[in-house]
Structures are given as C-alpha cells and as structure tokens.
Ligand binder design. Structure first.
Ligand code: AMP
Ligand code: ZN
Length: 488
C-alpha cells in the first residue's frame, strides 16, 4: 500500500512517503482565519487536502487530520503590526469577537459540507490553546532564542540562524531577506527586522487579551500552528499542508518555533497547494476577485456568466494538479460542467450493464493506472483522464461493441465508486432540470390514464386519481379540451 510519492516542498523533490508509525498518519493543515466568508481560493486549498486525506483513508491508513481555526493573532498586514482581523470585524459589527468567530466558523463548515469535504479529526482553535502557547514561548525564551521587550516577546531569527537554516522551506537566504526588508513603523522593539512576534503586548484598546508572564497580551499568528500540531500530532509528524502563500513567513516561522522550543524539525513532508487565480491574479477578497461560494451558486458576481453547482466546481478544481496554479474562467467551468455530466451519466449506465461471458474487456490495468495516478503526488487530473477511459469502455459495452464479464464489471463499479466518490469526493447531483422534466412527464401520464378512465366511464378511478393528487396539493382543472394541473 505504501508507494505514494509526495512532492516535498522542503526538499523540492518527489519522495517516497514513509509514515513515522506504519499504518498511521498525522496530517496538519492550516485552517481559515474566521473573520469573513471564505472565497473560492480558500476552498481550493481545502479541497486539495481533503483529497489527500480521502486517498490515505482509502488506502487503509488511520489518519489523524488536524485543521485549525485561527481566531486570534492574525494581524491585518499578515506580519506583526496592524489590528487583529477578528477584533477589527468585531468592532465594525459591534459584536463580541467570539460571535464573529462562531458566525464565520459556522459558515465555513457549511461551505465545507456543500463541497463534500470530510470533517477533520480535530479542529482546534488558537484561543482554546493560550496556555500551551504561553508555555511554548517560555521554552523558546529559555533556549535563548526569544527576548522580551515591553511585554512583547520576539523570536531571535539571527540567533536561530547561527545553528539552523532559517529560510530552508521557502528557499530564502537570511542575507537576501534582510536586504529586502525595511524596518516598519512600530517595530522598533525588534533587534532585527526579520524577528517576529510570538507574544504581543496588548494595550487597553485591544479587545482580545490574556494574562501572561509578560503582562496582558495575545499570541503571534504563527505560534498557534506550532503548538496545536505538537499537541495533537507530536513533535515530529508526517504531513503539513497549506496554501503556497503560507510558506513564508507562516510555515518558515512555524519550523523555527518548533526547533526553537527544542522539538527538532516538526514535519517530514511539507505540501503546498497552489493558488486559484483570476486572469492570472491570485484570488483574494482584497483584490475584489474573491467570489464567495454563494455568489458562485447564484451567479451573482460581475465575473460570473451564470451559477455553477458545487460538484461542477469541485470537479473543475480536481482537473488540475494541486501543485499547479489554476485560473478561473467561465469557459473552463462550463467545460467541467459538461465533463462531470458525462462522467455521471456513464456512472448511471454502468449500473445497468449486464455481464456476459465472452471476450471480456480487462479492467485490471485501468485500476492500476488509477492507483498509479494518485500515488504520483495525488495526480487527480491524470486519475480523471483514466476515469474517462472507463467512460469509453462503459459506452462501448452499452452499445454492444464490447463485452464485460461479472468479475470485471464488479471491478469497474468498484473503480468508479472508489475513485470518483470516495477519493475525489464527488457526488452525483440531483439535476433539478431533469427531475422537473420527469415530474412534468409523469403528470402527463397520470392525466392520460384519468382521461382513459373517464372515456370508459370508470368514474371511480378518475375521482380516485383527482382526490389523491389533491391530497398532494395538486389540483386538476377539467375543461372540454383537456385537463390541466397546478400545484396549490
Ligand atoms: P486564510 O484564511 O487567508 O488564512 O486562508 C486559508 C487558506 O486558503 C490558506 O491555506 C491559504 O493559503 C489558502 N488560500 C488563500 N487564497 C488562496 C487562493 N487564491 N488560492 C488557493 N488557496 C488560497
Ligand atoms: Zn498555520
């Protein structure tokens, strides 16, 4: 079962995946900062890691999947200054910060459900782990790698870099980083502009604050992930994921904190999902191109020609590899809509195929190709291409141009059930247009039977039909020419 290769962002190489404990996997993915609605870019990253999680489970691994909720410490400029994103929103809406957190966490969960992402095994929040964060700050200080100034504690990047390669994940050199960094206002407390806050002092106006050995304050953004991954997965664990934009500084700082607290390098395989872009520009709320899942569904956004279903969008995303950028366009989504419909129809046809005994097609190689695609760094577009090979087979068997025996038919069904549903997490959607069409046609049939009944003077049956439909709030209106119906 274990021949998966993962493109490890730490080494930049595809490496054979070896879990620390055979059969068990610890996986941590950075979750959302719950201060506004998620946009489709965020959704892409969570779908990418949902598929990783699903495939590992499919192979029989026991996976502990931790995905956090960031509800404190993420400041507006993603660095060490500006307001806390949650606190700012709370002030704006005149709400308690935890009301903001709850509201957007609920919304996030709903989006995850609609896109058919599995829930993580543990979903810890930063505010639920303040004590542990204070403890880690103390450990880093006692190892001589952090210093306190005016109630804030900063990680000493230069000191760390004497013995550890700061920048190893993002491929940056400390000298280059330094020459590109200018001292920011309000950051005079730092010994070095690259130092980052692991604890920040809070003044009276800061609405989210806790007591600490350094006075009242709140944790730095990067710290929560170091603390919660260690707490739930151990000092070293298998897989850490997140979007590419988190590589630096967030993940780089996470490594430094874990090493600085005496834990050693925390992660064996770093994985980064690439960005969803619109006209080549990263999708984000601030760029105005970050439409929400609701807008996508309704089509209510200037960039959208119409609304798209969640499964169309999921399929669209899985048609590109998680490590590649994916550019949003209506054309691409329309093509995905057609493609997914084709797959769904073939799945229905598959259920109605009858096995025969002669000249059967052989499914074994198709099955192996599906595993190979996923084993090759979770290559979903290649997997989908193989599923379309399966569609061709299904259609030629259905058209009588090929045969399949029972064993191969069962295998083909298990490929579709396994890879399409369990691994890719797609669902056959109830097509509303189709079901409306069917309802209309069924009503035509019923009215035709009633007409026949009246013709043959079987009034009991005609009344029976009318009364039973009436109980369903459907009224039949008889006229000389024909009968019509309407829903009350
Ligand atoms: P945030 O709530 O901003 O911290 O983001 C949550 C997750 O979404 C992180 O893993 C980000 O890397 C990811 N993300 C943000 N924007 C995009 C995008 N345009 N495409 C893909 N992932 C994104
Ligand atoms: Zn994180």
């Amino acid at each position: 079962m274990n021949n998966i290769k993962i493109n490890n962002s730490l080494t930049g190489k595809k490496e054979l995946f070896k879990p620390i404990t055979p059969g068990h996997i610890g996986m941590y993915v950075c979750g959302p900062t719950v201060y506004n609605d998620v946009h489709l870019g965020n959704v892409r990253t969570f779908i990418s890691f949902d598929v990783v999680y699903r495939y590992l489970i499919y192979l029989g691994y026991k996976v502990r999947y931790v995905r956090n909720i960031t509800d404190v410490g993420h400041l507006l400029n993603d660095a060490d200054s500006g307001e806390d994103k949650i606190a700012k929103q709370a002030k704006l809406l005149n709400k308690e910060p935890m009301e903001v957190v709850q509201y957007y966490t609920n919304g996030f969960h709903e989006v995850m459900r609609n896109y058919n992402n599995l829930s993580p095994s543990i979903e810890p929040s930063a505010t639920g782990h303040i004590m542990e964060q204070i403890e880690m700050v103390q450990e880093i200080i006692s190892n001589g790698l952090a210093y306190e100034v005016n109630g804030s504690v900063y990680f000493d990047v230069n000191k760390y870099n004497e013995h550890n390669p700061y920048g190893e994940l993002s491929g940056r050199k400390i000298e280059d980083l330094l020459s590109n960094t200018r001292a920011l206002d309000g950051q005079e407390e730092k010994r070095n502009p690259l130092d980052f806050a692991i604890w920040k002092a809070a003044d009276e106006s800061h609405i989210m604050q806790w007591n600490s050995p350094w006075g009242k304050g709140f944790p730095g953004w990067h710290l929560e992930c170091s603390v919660m991954s260690t707490k739930y997965l151990g000092k070293t664990f298998d897989i850490h994921g997140g979007g590419m934009d988190l590589k630096f500084p967030h993940h780089e700082c996470e490594i430094a904190q874990n090493v600085g607290a005496g834990g050693g390098h925390p992660v064996n395989y770093w994985m980064h999902g690439n960005m969803l872009t619109v006209n080549g520009q990263k999708m984000s709320k601030s760029a105005g191109n970050g439409f929400t899942p609701v807008q996508l569904k309704t089509g209510d956004h200037p960039l959208l020609e119409k609304g798209y279903s969640e499964m169309t969008i999921r399929f669209f995303m899985l048609q590109s590899h998680y490590g590649s950028t994916l550019d949003f366009s209506n054309d691409a989504l329309n093509a995905s809509e057609k493609g997914f419909e084709k797959l769904s129809k073939a799945y229905e046809t598959l259920q109605s195929l009858t096995p025969s005994k002669e000249n059967t097609v052989d499914i074994a190689s198709l099955q192996q190709k599906c595993y190979d695609a996923m084993n090759d760094d979770f290559n979903t577009p290649i997997l989908i291409a193989h599923l379309f090979d399966g569609v061709k087979m299904i259609n030629s068997i259905n058209n009588g141009k090929a045969n399949i025996d029972e064993e191969n038919l069962n295998k083909l069904k298990s490929i579709f059930n396994g890879f399409l549903f369990d691994v890719l997490g797609l669902k056959i959607e109830q097509n509303n247009t189709t079901s409306n069409d069917i309802s209309n046609e069924l009503m035509d049939v019923i009215l035709e039977i009633r007409k026949e009944a009246k013709k043959t003077k079987n009034y009991a049956l005609a009344d029976h039909i009318r009364d039973n439909l009436s109980a369903l709030n459907i009224t039949i209106k008889d006229s000389k020419e024909k009968s019509t119906w309407e829903i009350n």
